[in-house]
Ligand binder design. Sequence first.
Ligand code: BES
Ligand code: MN
Ligand code: MN
Length: 454
Amino acid sequence: MHIAYLEENKERFLNELFELLRIPSISADSKFANDVRKTAEFVKTKMQQAGADKVVIEETTGYPIVYGEKIKDPSLPTILVYGHYDVQPSVPDELWTSPAFEPEVRNGKIYARGACDDKGQMYMHLKAFETMMQTNSLSCNVKFMIEGEEEVGSTNLSVYVKNNKEKLKADVVLISDTGMIANDTPSIDVGLRGLSYVEVELTGPNRDLHSGVYGGAVGNPINILCDMISSLHDENRHITIPGFYDKVNELSSDDRESLNKAPFDLENYKKDLNIDEVMGESGYTTLERTGIRPTLELNGIWGGYTGEGAKTVLPSKAYAKISMRLVPNQSSEEITRLFTDHFISIAPKSVKVKVTPHHGGEAVITPTDSIAFKAASKAMETTFGKAPIPTFGGGSIPIVALFEKELGLKTVLMGFGLDSDAIHSPDEHYGLFNFYKGIETIPYFYKYYAEMML
Ligand code: BES
Ligand code: MN
Ligand code: MN
């Protein structure tokens, strides 16, 4: 029985995850390039040891993809497991209680960058696979595709997927890279938002100026940037970019009602974040604002003097990084274009504007009436004692829309993280409960999926 094998090997599984977490595979920062590659090697070795065949490091023009498979019997259904071994930067490092790449368990939780997103969740799949191999209970074929560039937009994976349609043939994609409501309230995300990400640069005078000599007479790029940015929302916190909402699928009142039935406690939410009030688009609940509505958020803004003390300067330049989360039917490319045109059009003549697009991706809705969703639901019901609730995670995994477009495959987002796991933040963590629960649940998915498909 797979549960017994898991019990016996628990400690080793955790030690192996610790080894993986110790390698700082930060894809965004080229200083860590060697570590990112080392991580790919580690994943390759572990995939082989778990029993996969044809395990290879697929080189790309960026970081490699680790591929491996176990085709037990061509007549069985095939699951394509996707995950990522790269992580977000750990900065600001001084805010971590223990160093980001020195994993440690405190209060039943593994603290490390990537503990939840996505090394911990990805590794559950390798260990669940090992468990099924060792207990002779693998009931589906499986193909693993673990990439190292998710946190920077999966550009090279897109190319790989387009060029390897035959190799990646499967019946469904299974991903653990999202969250659930709570450890006693399992849920499965059925939606991911798209993303459009831009950087803007405003240039005023040709050099930094004395803010007394010139201030008040020359346009200050930081002041102007603030004006421009604040005009992007109106008093109802609707986005003012012309055409921004044109393609948005408005949900039916029935769909909105069922979305809002998911357990959610606004008081706890505020308490957890230490805020007195939430804020967002009027006419929508918090679950709607994060799940099914598009947004525009500043991710960073800088310019002028930010060092110690005061320096009187009217800066030449000001910058901001802006992300827009998109919902089904909005196109990332189109939104980037609408943003760019609008942003340039609202700039006063005293500044020049440059808009640089970064990576983007499309939103997805995953079906709840599919065999795969039913199998995932039954698997979670088996291990949690409760059927999972369909939810909308607000984050983005751009490659998921591409799996559908290029491979014709639907995805099941069987995630085991929690919103409170602090992914992308200092003190990211992942519950031991969640790690082991994932390893316990995944084999049931294989079992039920095979039963329901045959
Ligand atoms: N695993 C997350 C996405 C996620 C987290 C979805 C929680 C749903 C719930 C993924 O690693 C991620 O962080 N994606 C980025 C986008 C990417 C292009 C950098 C994001 O959502 O910001
Ligand atoms: Mn992730
Ligand atoms: Mn992430």
